[in-house]
Design a protein around this ligand. Sequence first.
Ligand code: PEP
Ligand code: MN
Length: 277
Amino acid sequence: MISRSQQIQDGDLPLAITVPIDIGHGLLVGGRQVIMMAGPCSVESYEQTRESAEALAAAGGRVLRGGAYKPRTSPDTFQGLGRPGLEILRKVADEFNLLVITEALAVEHIPIVAEMADIIQIGSRNMQHYPLLWAAGEIDKPVLLKRGYMATVSEWLAAAAHIEQRGNQRILLCERGIRTFDPATRNTMDTNAIALAKQISPFPVIADPSHATGQSNLVIPVARAAVAAGADGLLVEIHPDPKSALSDGHQSLPLTRLSTLYTQVAPIAAACDRELI
Ligand code: PEP
Ligand code: MN
């Protein structure tokens, strides 16, 4: 039997309908609800993670993000807390009844991340790390696959097929911005890709306006655009004190902006007959 992704690539299924994915706690991604996933870029400390989770839960969020294994451009910057970071994330998430999404940077991280988290993130730089995709395909947890920042949409969907063909159907695609000619912003949110992936792939599509823009002042407007284009969820970086963040502070929303994020994106979701949670 050929997989759903193969059928799409062969052109047999021109307009797929998103198949909702169960991520736990009764939440479906790809259904009527648009799911907010938010938290710090990196887990830095218990307090920083707890403050972020508390604000997210107060705003109505259900999924906490936070990196423990960080893919950093320079080896001289903070590389993440590793396993203690996962422990902080799990403890804090349980306190507020939140699900956890966090990145597995290497094949050897898959078992521990699968044990400690609810959704496994594969980062942009690793989109074509095939052994990592195969390992993610063999576990029973949803996988969020970020688009490589220089990958085409068809390469992104082919990467998802690597996960799917190992047996894991619970894949969330994540558009996180691509590199374009213009250095005015860190990346460029490819809203075309959001709309296109929704039409040619069965997998739900999440948008990450934080990495797509690199500037906190652009996160909310670009989040609105992504939801208008059909995104099934958002992945947003927040921080209690962005100026002191150990990674990606300039693109992290202060916790006080979370309510604005919700109040500005919810009406866009409603206009698309959806509900932001
Ligand atoms: C992140 O989510 O913090 C991250 C490193 O993302 P990306 O892989 O999109 O750069
Ligand atoms: Mn980040």
